[in-house]
Design a protein around this ligand. Structure first.
Ligand SMILES: [Zn+2]
Ligand SMILES: [Zn+2]
Length: 132
């Protein structure tokens, strides 16, 4: 269900900040950044974040309580995300792996329960940190 939806001014500003950031941004640092651009109310920021998540433009990295811009252009799913996180430098990368998502989309356990959402985080060492 891909809907072309135009973003509001606030949503655009916030998406822009998250896209330009080199690391996942916490809500308070987003707040700090948007205040310079005239969005003063935290509630406005939280609303825009929620909307951007729903649209699949950004994802929330739960363990970090931080937000990253979606790196995959066909990632319309806001409810199925997977990230790899480096334990040393804390680099967060979105995992786009068809095998994994196909498996997870059809995954059900013995009780027959079907899952609608997942939010996976894999921890390890990135290439750079492995070398040092
Ligand atoms: Zn994504
Ligand atoms: Zn690393």
């Amino acid at each position: 269900m891909a809907q072309i939806q135009t973003l509001s001014k606030n949503q655009k500003i916030i998406l822009d900040i998250i896209e330009k950031a080199k690391e996942p941004l916490k809500a308070y640092s987003i707040l700090f950044n948007v205040q310079k651009k005239g969005i003063k109310a935290p509630l406005q920021v939280y609303r825009a974040l929620e909307k951007l998540i729903k649209l699949g433009k950004i994802h929330k990295v739960e363990s970090k309580n931080a937000f990253v811009a979606c790196k995959s252009s066909n990632c319309e799913v806001s409810k199925a995300t997977a990230f790899s996180i480096c334990e040393i430098c804390e680099k967060v990368t979105e995992i786009a792996n068809n095998k994994l998502s196909n498996f997870l989309n059809s995954f059900e356990d013995k009780s027959g329960m079907k899952y609608k959402k997942y939010n996976l985080e894999f921890f390890g060492l990135c290439k750079k940190c492995k070398k040092t």
